[in-house]
Each structure stands twice: as C-alpha cells, then as structure tokens.
Design a binder for this molecule. Sequence first.
Ligand code: ZN
Length: 748
Amino acid sequence: MESLAAITLMGRGAGASQETEGPRALRPYFPTAAHQFVWRNWDIIPQERIARALGSTSGLVTKLARTMGLGQQNIPARHWQRLRFKGLRRNWSFVPYSQLTLLLGMSVPEIQVMLSQDAFYIADLGPKPECPRVQIEKPLNLGSGIIPHFRAGMTTGPEEERFHFMELLDRPISKSPEAGGAGKIALKPRIAFPYYAKFGNVLGNADFRSSYPAALLENMARMDLGAIWLGAMYQHLIRTRIFPEFGRESAAQLANLNWLIDEAKKHGLGVYLYLNEPRGMPANFFKTYHEIKGAPGRPGDGLFSMCTSTKMVQDYLVEATAMLFKEAPGLEGIILITASENPTNCYSLTRHPKCPRCSRRSGPEVITQVVQLMDEGARSVTPDARVIAWDWSWEIVEDDPQKQIIDRLPSSATLMVDFERGTVIERGGVKSRVEEYSLSVVGPSPRAAAHVRLGKARGMAVMAKIQVGNTWEVGLVPYIPVEQLVARKFEAMRSVGISGAMESWTLGCYPSQNWDVAESFYRDHSAGSDRDLENVAASIYGDKAAKRVVRAWQLFSDAFQQYPFSDSLVYSSVVQCGPAALIYFEPTGLTPRIMNSYDNLDWTQPFGPQIVSDVFEKMGSGWREGLKELEGAMNDVPAAHRRQAAKDLGVCRAIGLYFRSIANQVRFHASRQRWKMSVDGMETMNSVVKDEMSIARKFLEICSQDSRLGFEASLDYLYLPLDIREKIVACEYMVEKQIPETRARLKA
Ligand SMILES: [Zn+2]
C-alpha cells in the first residue's frame, strides 16, 4: 500500500477513545453481540472454532446462525492464510484479544508480527479497542424461524467459490492480436505484479512458491509483459558482517528468490525487488547500535531510522545490495521508494528530521545518497543492473518539481516518474491535486513532465509508473473499461519519450482488454487509433459488436474523467467498498480508517459532501449510457465469446453500481440528522435506503458469480458476499424498524 503519508492524516478525525470504540462497533440489527460474532465469522471460520471462541457448542452456534438465515458453511479453507487479515478486520473493533486468538488460531505476538509487516495494516485497523468478552447471553430465546429483517439478506443458488479466479488463470489466456507483433520493442522494461501474488515480506512464506504457478507467469508473458516485481526486506533477506543479527532466514529467502528468478526466466520474464531500505528498527535494536539511531518513525510505531548519515549504515547499504546481486545473480533490478511508506532514512517521513546528523544535511542530499549507495552496491556485482529511483512522495523533502534530487541522482540509475501525480483537477469549482496514480487523469502532470526533462538532461533512462488495469479510483474490480483513456496515456508517454513502465502496483493485473490496448503501444509502430481499439474489441466481442463496444468504452471514459480525485477519497473512505459499505442510521462516533470511513465524511474534502455526491451521481448516469451501448452490443457477440462477454458486462455494471452507491451514501450520511426532523425527510430517507438496498442486491448478484470482485493482492478480499448481505440486512432493519419508529415519533 502506497501513500500512507496521506492516509495517516485521516486517523485523527472524530477521535473516539479506545474504551468506547468497542461497544460502538456493535450494530443494532444484531439482537446480541453473539449474533454479530457468529455472522461476521460464518463465511471464514469453521463453526467449531466459532463455538470454542464463544465458549459454546457447535449446535447452539448453528442454531443461532439459522435465525439469521445463514446456511451451510462453505469456507475456502485452503486459502486461510489469505483470509487472516479479513478475520482481523471483521472482529478487531468488538472482539477482545482473548477470543480473537482462538478464532484466528494466532497468538497475540503472531498477530503483532503480521501487523508490523506493512504500515498499511495497522493504519487500517487502528489501535486495538478495549472490548468486553462476547458470549451467548442466557437465557437465549432463539424463537422459531428467521429474524424478520434477516430474511432480506438471504441468498439462493450457488455462488462462485472465492479465489476461483486462480483456476481461471491456471489455463493459458489467448494472446491478444498485438502480442509478439512486428516492430522493435519501444517500451522496456514493462513490469507488473502478478494478479494474486502476495505483498509484503513474502520471501520467507512457507507457501511462497504456490503464489507463482507456471500458468500465472505464462499468462503475464502472453500479456507481453517483461518482468514481475515483489517486495522484500534486507533485514530478512541479506546476511552481512555489519549487522550479524540480520538475515537469519537469508538462506531460505534467497532460495525462494532464486527459484522465482528461474521460473520467471522460463517465461521470458525478469524479476525486480521493491525496497524501502534501510527499514526503521524498534528502539531495542539501538541498545546495541546507539550511534546509528536516527529519526523516530510515525507516532506509535516504535520505530527509528537507521541513520544513513553514519558510515556504518552507508557501508551496510552498499554491502547488502552487492550481496543481494551476488546471491541472486539473475535479478534484473531493484525499485526504490525513498520517501513516505515504511519509515526508512531520517528524511523518509519529514522535512525536519529529529536526527542530530541528518538535520545538518539537506533532504535531497540524504535521499539521493541512499540511491547512490544502493546503485554502487548493485553495479559492483552486476554492471547492467537496473536501479529504479521512484519519485514517489519526494515532495516530502523538496517542493515540486524535485530538481535538486534529480540533479544529484547517479546517472546510471533509472528515474521513474508517477505519470499523473501533481495534476490539479477542478470539480464543482473546487481544486484538488492528484497525489496518486490515476486513470481518470491521462498525464503527464506538470511535475511528471518536468521530471522527465530533468532526468533526460542528466542522461538517465526515464520510466513511468502507471496503472493499466485499474487504480485505487475503483481498486477492487479486475479492470476499469476506459480504453480511450488507457490509449491516450500511452500516446502521452510516447510523446514525452518514456522508455519503460511499471504498469501496476499490487492491483489491476488481471488479463483484460486494458492490457490488450497497452500491448498495442509496446512496439515502435504507431497505435491508439479507433481502428486499434476496434481490433481489441473485435478479438473479445467479435467483429460485428466491435464498433458499438468501442462507443461504450468512449462513454465509460467520458464518465470516468469526471472522477473527483483526492487522496482521502480513494484511500480513507467508503469508495473501495462501494455498495458493500454499510450505512448507519445513528451517528457511530467511530474513528475513520483506511478504506472504511464508517459514517464520517471528512474524506469528501476538499470538495465537500455535496460536490462529491453530485459528481458520483453524474458519473453514474454517464456510465449508464455506456452500459446501454455495451448491453446492445451483446446481441452481436458470437456464441463462443458470450460467456466471457457476460462476465465483462457484470464488471461494468458493478462499477456503475459503485458510483450510484457512493453518491447515495454521501447524501445519506450528510443529510440523515436533518431528515430525522420531519416526516417528509423520513420519506426521502426511506427512498434512499430502498435504492441503496436494491443496488446492494444487484451488486451481490454480480459478486456472487465473479470471485474477482472485492479482491486485490495486498488486501485479499476487502469484501465478501456476506458483507453485502449484511448491508442489505442493515437497510432492511432501517426500513422495517428504525424509519417507521422515527416517523411515528414525529407524528405523535
Ligand atoms: Zn539521520
């Protein structure tokens, strides 16, 4: 997860204290906390374990589940490792550690180790609230039958098993018309993240190799990609003389890395490591190494920089990087973020580091020295290693554009620029800066254009960081079908002389039409005309449907270009959950977190709730026009392509539901207190809730049949069908009970 600098700003919103957060997290449509406990775990934890954690019996837990319309459990148990964070997320706010450990089968230290692996996890969960023990209350009157408002959330029929997409990717995709075509390669490297590989310190995972089956890699080659990337941490991967406590797992991690390099090579793919080095270390570490203790990390993370203004740490960066290339000789390169994200050098999070040494040096000097030292280490072993210096968040140390930094970089390194970052957009008369990657903005931003010029003036190779399949604008769908915007982005990259691209962070690498469009730009012949888009459309939907499909993509592109981008909107809101996000009849007072803002609307700034809901409404209606075209084209799709086309249509419909639902949710939470003051207001509320419920039903139908929705490699599933069912139950409870009761009070 990138951009934590922006995210951590949000955690400060409506500050509920840890003592009250637990009870506040209980939802009124669950008759007791035990009901909520059973529901929230039913699709991920076996009932025996739920019973054990509750101190109850399987029989009683099943009975309780039945009263909420929960049927047979169908848990994707072989993917349990990937559901652990989901388990934490679902239970964190209302279940005490004593029960959480039983539920998840993890000790408290194991949970803490997991959370420490990436700054995102803890920013998402927040501090652990104090929670009373959850138990089945006695006497428990379960009554007979299903609790009325839970009937609305019942489903019939089988659903596609979660993670089923792994099987889909286990067979070769067809090559696009452009793959391996004529012409010289004009874009190299082309790096992306395998769709369901894991993110973090993964090289030590016991199941590491299962994340990279041959078919997944082969399909990336068929998408005409040239390399994959994965994360790593030197302290686990590399053994050096300087810090002998590091690298205890080195042998196993290097064996996995070399295995992956060999496997990737079989498919013509290179391997890159994404690094934030040297990683901040806990205070304890500096009892032995007091002389290198640098600036503190983020509030509460307990970390301090290993100061890169000391010779010891400088030597370490050179030696560890040299060792990496020596021990993994087939490694193609390394990708370096040197500001924001996990705490690394003393300037990585601040322009004014609390470090006696670095505060006497400039930020650009410190940042570029890290790149220079790692470049030196890499090149001492592998002269043509590619060391990619990414301009991500360099504004932490220098205002845009970062001339001082770029002028100091070693010219042997490759500069990688965020292609859209720094673009100023205006929605409803309010300006906002895009501080992220974006498909709604084509680029280059003025910052990117300046960085390209500065890098080229230094004689450096200049790459772009872009997203092809999707972005965090709508991150939990396999792709966003805005092909004209994808094509224009590649045209723009070509016109400023970009020579390579990192084409995905951890999201968006499902093989899709977006990648087919991208491929048409990989070679030096000109591409991007309507004809090229039609060729891509024809290969998926058949010749007859192609023209209409391209028109649909144009309408989608037009609608999407209005996206009201801000960092808080994409990261610290309900935007990623879309229709799966709950709405709340009463103010919750809960602290907004990454990707879950509850009913807090601070994330709508700088635009404010009105503009955000208006813009999403407008995007929704524009999107509907595109859907009409696409639906119309379906009749012309040949039988052999229909199944795939129907699935694509499902993705496009789901995105349209996102826009409508986000507009509704903002409107609901901005207006609910006012609505509660009049009978008319309650009528409006009732119709919004009913609309939201019907959106959730349609969304559930699509998600049930498409295991890709809600999935992203670093988050795994942000929502599962059961979360959408809870949304429906919550809406039904409002319609059945909360709204009528308020209305009756108003009339009395
Ligand atoms: Zn320092």
